[in-house]
Ligand binder design. Structure first.
Ligand code: ATP
Ligand code: MG
Length: 257
C-alpha cells in the first residue's frame, strides 16, 4: 500500500504495475530491468513532459495522421503501464494495435491481448499464427510480426523498443516513432521521431495532439514533419539534463518530493 501523500507515489505505482505484470506472467524479467533504467532517466529529466518531448509528440501526431497504415506496437511493459492510453491513441489515430515481443511466447502474447481487450481494444494483431511475417536481418522470435500489421505498416509507434529492431524497421523504409526515456539508447538514435518521455505521460499527450491536429490540411501536417529535426531534439534532451544537473549541483534548483 503506497500512502496517498507519498512524494514518489506516481513512480512507485508504475513500478508496482510492472511487477504485477511480471507476476501475472506477461512482463519479461528483462522488462523489470528496463523499468529501472527508465526510472533513472525520468529522475534526470525531472519526471515531466519537457519541451523537447512536446516537439516530438507534435511531429509524431502529424506522422500518424499522414500515415496510410499506422500501427501501435505493444510489449509487456506498455500493457502493464498504459493499456488504456494505447487503446485511446489507436482510436484517435485510426491505428491498428499489435503485440510485439522481444521475448515471444504464446502465453505472453495472449495475456497482453487480453489486458488490451479488457481496456477496450477490438482487434489485437501479432498473437499466435498471426505473427507469420518476418523482419529481415533479425534472428529468432524477435523478428516475427503480423503480415497485416507491422509488416505492412508505413508508420510504427514503438514505445520501449530495442535498438536492433528499430534499426531493422528503419531499413524496411518505415517511419519509426519511439518513446524512450533514455536519449542515448540505440532506439532513440535510430528512430525517425523520438519522444524522450515516460510512456505513462507520452501516450495520452500524443492522443491529445492527434485529436488537436486532426482536420488540419495535409500540407500543414507535412510542414510539421519537414520542420522536425530528431537529432536536434535528442541534443536538446541532453542539454536539458546537463543544465538541470548543473543547477541542482550549484543549489540553484531544489528537488521537490
Ligand atoms: P537499446 O536497445 O535501444 O540500445 P536498451 O537495450 O538499453 O536500449 P531496451 O531494454 O532495449 O533498452 O529498451 C528499453 C528502453 O525503454 C530503455 O532505454 C529504457 O530507458 C526505456 N524505458 C523503460 N521504462 C520506460 C518508460 N516507462 N517510459 C519510457 N521509456 C522507458
Ligand atoms: Mg536493447
Amino acid at each position: 500500500m503506497i500512502p496517498p501523500n507519498h512524494p514518489r507515489r506516481e513512480s512507485l505505482l508504475q513500478r508496482e504495475a510492472v511487477v504485477e505484470g511480471f507476476r501475472e506472467g506477461y512482463v519479461a524479467a528483462q522488462g523489470l530491468i528496463a523499468q529501472g533504467r527508465g526510472e533513472c532517466f525520468d529522475y534526470l529529466i525531472g519526471e515531466a513532459t519537457q519541451p523537447f518531448a512536446l516537439k516530438a509528440i507534435r511531429a509524431a501526431a502529424a506522422a500518424l495522421l499522414l500515415a496510410k497504415r499506422p500501427v501501435v506496437s505493444v510489449n509487456g511493459n506498455v500493457a502493464a503501464l498504459a493499456p488504456r492510453a494505447v487503446v485511446e491513441l489507436a482510436e484517435a489515430a485510426g491505428a491498428l494495435i499489435e503485440v510485439n515481443l522481444f521475448y515471444r511466447t504464446g502465453e505472453r502474447e495472449e495475456k497482453i491481448a487480453e489486458v488490451l481487450r479488457r481496456h477496450g481494444a477490438g482487434e489485437v494483431l501479432g498473437v499466435g499464427e498471426d505473427a507469420a511475417c518476418v523482419i529481415p536481418e533479425l534472428f529468432s522470435e524477435r523478428r516475427r510480426v503480423s503480415c497485416k500489421g507491422i509488416y505492412a505498416a508505413d508508420v510504427v509507434l514503438v514505445p520501449l523498443e530495442d535498438g536492433d529492431r528499430t534499426e531493422a524497421l528503419r531499413r524496411m523504409g518505415k517511419t519509426v516513432i519511439a518513446v524512450d526515456l533514455n536519449p542515448l539508447s540505440r532506439t532513440s538514435r535510430a528512430a525517425s521521431i523520438t519522444i524522450v518521455d515516460n510512456v505513462v505521460r507520452a501516450l495520452p499527450a500524443l492522443a491529445n495532439a492527434v485529436r488537436e491536429l486532426r482536420g488540419r490540411p495535409r500540407e500543414d501536417l507535412e510542414g510539421v514533419l519537414r520542420g522536425y529535426d530528431n537529432r536536434g531534439v535528442l541534443q536538446e534532451a541532453l542539454r536539458h539534463i546537463l543544465e538541470r544537473l548543473r543547477r541542482l549541483s550549484e543549489g540553484e534548483l531544489e528537488l521537490v518530493g
